[in-house]
Design a protein around this ligand. Structure first.
Ligand code: CMX
Ligand code: CO
Length: 147
């Protein structure tokens, strides 16, 4: 069951500058940052609020580390802006299978590793009204200490 908006993914060309915009404009601080080689991004997670399911909602600021990555290609075509939304679930495997059974293309056979050791998959934007949609199951508390 999908129980929260886990994050909104925002594509940018300069992560440090974008982090500074969110800090100076809204007062949001970086909760966590990392490079995800497989996804081709350098990213910062800004925690906005806790959620009723025990999780939290974030902004995920994304700078491509390769031009031919999903975010690199998207930036080239669209410029900076909202790239995807992500729903949180306790069981990404079950939810991706049930959504796949409804005829929506799930991009990965098995979930992959996302921010902070989470497990993630994506639904094809062409099957979701033009919205690239991610499903996320957070790592167990304590599984990823690198905040
Ligand atoms: N939102 C909405 N539509 C998108 C999109 C996005 N973010 N990215 C691509 N599309 C659309 C394109 O506009 C294009 O539509 P048209 O054919 O009408 O022009 C179509 O999808 C195909 O786009 P493309 O540029 O040819 O790109 P690809 O097919 O190579 O890749 C996708 C598209 C969704 C398969 C790829 O972006 C992907 O695998 N995404 C999942 C991984 C990802 O986004 N990782 C970065 C974030 C990591 C994280 O959140 O942790
Ligand atoms: Co994301």
């Amino acid at each position: 069951m999908l129980t929260r908006i886990d994050h909104i993914g925002i594509a940018c060309r300069d992560l440090d500058k974008t982090v500074e915009f969110y800090r100076s404009t809204y007062g949001f601080e970086v909760f966590h940052s990392e490079v995800n080689e497989e996804q081709g991004v350098r990213e910062a997670m800004l925690k906005i609020n806790d959620t009723g399911d025990g999780g939290a909602s974030y902004l995920q600021l994304l700078e491509p580390i390769r031009e031919d990555s999903p975010v690199g290609k998207w930036l080239e075509k669209n410029g900076e802006g909202v790239h995807h939304i992500a729903f949180g679930t306790a069981d990404v495997d079950a939810d991706s299978e049930s959504i796949r059974a409804k005829g929506v293309r799930v991009l990965y056979e098995q979930p992959r590793i996302g921010s902070m050791g989470s497990r993630i998959t994506f639904l094809h934007p062409k099957d979701c009204g033009g919205v690239l949609t991610e499903l996320v199951t957070s790592a167990e508390p304590g599984a990823h200490e690198d905040h």
